[in-house]
Each structure stands twice: as structure tokens, then as C-alpha cells.
Design a protein around this ligand. Sequence first.
Ligand code: TRP
Length: 364
Amino acid sequence: MKKIILTGDRPTGRLHVGHYVGSLRRRVELQNRGEFDEIYIMIADAQALTDNVDNPEKIRQNIIEVALDWLAVGLDPAKSCLFVQSAVPELTEMTFFYLNLVTVARLQRNPTVKAEIQLRNFEASIPAGFLIYPVSQAADITAFKATVVPVGEDQEPMIEQTREIVRKFNDIYGEVLVEPSILLPDSKAEMRLPGTDGKAKMSKSLGNCIYLSDSEDEVKKKVMSMYTDPDHIKVSDPGKLEGNTVFTYLEAFSTGEHFRKYLPEYADLDALKEHYTRGGLGDVKVKKFLNAVLEDTLRPIRERRKEFAKDIPAIYRVLEEGSRKARAKAAETLGEMKNAMQINYFADEELIRSQAERFKSEAE
Ligand code: TRP
């Protein structure tokens, strides 16, 4: 069986360091390892509209931002098919068929959807399109026969729901669809990078994100005002690591190389942690180190982003070409589905012949 990746991002804003450690870095690695036969990376604009119905302009503006972030981190259109969800209408058609394979009760039990309904105060008036977006996500994944879906843990319920739909479809109509498996980030720090204020969720409205496109000054300002241990007042005080955002970021970003380069007096992160908890290590020193580590990662990304931004029409052409390729693949799968579902009337000569026969004999 072919090894195929599909994953995607909602275009609701520029991508930040949480996206980077949680998924972008992994995607580039998987892309460059070369062991996958096909890789599809999707801008989930139709899904983003399910809870931004009154703000299509936001989605429209952010398509190019997401595409630039992707190219800047190293996704390569020659190796990965970069496309836009709404440009593949086959996905919508599949969704319509899949909707008959799930119950409303099952959708209402989806933990991620449940949490989002609360967050958006949808309780009394859930848009139907929002409730069913996990089904549309199943279409995104199965249209490409993806075997692996690299995502964050909040997407686990979506993959589970996709697997259920696949099993049900194959049970009823025959083996057409492929059950995907989820590929989660390796560590907790990568899975859930907190905001710079220490809050669990990074969000634009909280102003607690470091964006891949932030300038050197912006990054520095955000790092120097990052949440640490509020009880660590004097340098000599022992510091706490739990909930200490600076250390969580170091876990996600720092390598042995960084220690040799910037803090050779410490063997590794464990040694730095040990000193911090013992007392005698100030926040400013740790923050300066984190800033240097982040700059090593973000500078090349920022520079590539600027280069790509010099030819915006070319980026739209990349997405258009990717969408054309994605559409061809989705159409192929949809064709197989419709054959299995026997809704291929006009191509089914046997059906036409036998119906003709039946009517002829009835008429006799
Ligand atoms: N729900 C994903 C998110 O919010 C985006 C997405 C849409 C996706 N379709 C997908 C991710 C299919 C993986 C596979 O980030």
C-alpha cells in the first residue's frame, strides 16, 4: 500500500511557533525524508468558514499568509502538494455521502466539537455546517487515501471519527477507503506549547503568540516579557519549572548545539534546570538564551518568507496548480466511491441493458 500524508491548517491567521513545533517542523522532516509516496497539505478555508461565516474576508486575507509560512519553513511544492480545500469540490460531494454514515448524537459527542461549541457560545444555535465539520474532515483525509495524518492531539477525535466512517463505508459498499492513523508530536512541550503569558492556549486575541513572521525586535520583546515563576524574585531564590513558559519553550526548541554555542558552562537543559531550581540563576539570563535559540530557528524562516513575498502571484499559482493536482486525485477516489455505491448510472451499461429488458418484458 502507498504511504500517503494529508494534513492542513485553517487560514484564520498567520502561523506561530506553536504551529511550528506542533506540526510544521514535523511535516518538513517527513517531506524531506522521502519515504512517503504522496504528501498533501491543505488550506482548510471551507472548514474555517464553518465558524467564520460572517467574516469571509479574514479567511481570504489569510490564505496567502499561511502559504507564505509553509514555504518559509521549507514545505516544497515539488515534493508536497499544497492546495486549497474549496478548490476541490469533490470533498463536498463526499461529505454529503458520509453524512448518512454518522448520527447527530455521535457528532455532538465529539470532544473537540463540544469544546469549540462552548468556546464560541454556540450552545443554543449550532450552525449545522459547524456540527458536521468532522465529517468534512473525514472527506479531506479519505479523498487522498491518506495513511498518516500528522496533527496535534486536539485532532484525535477527528481521526477517530474518520476511521469510523471508513469502516462503515467499507462494510456497506466494499473496500474502497483507507483507515488513516494519527501521527502526534513526540513531546508534551511540542504538543501544547503555551502562550507567552503562560496560558494554555495561544491565541491572537490574547496577544500571547510569537509568529513565524515576527521581526527580531518583536520576538525579543515577547521573550523578555514571558511568564516564568512569579515567586522567583531574587536571583538567589530557587525557581520553579512547572508552568514556567521559558523552560517549556526551551524544551521544544533548544538542542545540545545551542548549549555549546551560547551557554557552554551548562552541559544541557537538565543542567540549566538544576541550577534554576537550586537558586542562583536569574530569569533574564535564561530568557536571553531562549531568545538566541529562537532567533537561530526563526531568522532563516523570516528571511525565506521575505524572499517568497517578493512574488505573490507566483504563490497563488503554486496553490492553483496544487489544487488542480489534488482535485484529480479526489475525483479518482470519488469515482471509486460512486462505483461502489452504485450511483454510476450513466456509465453502467449492464444497468441500462437490464432495465431496458425489464420494461420490454413488462410491456409484452
Ligand atoms: N481541523 C484542522 C485544524 O483546525 C484543519 C484540518 C481540516 C485538517 N481538515 C484536515 C487537519 C484534515 C488534518 C486533516 O487545524
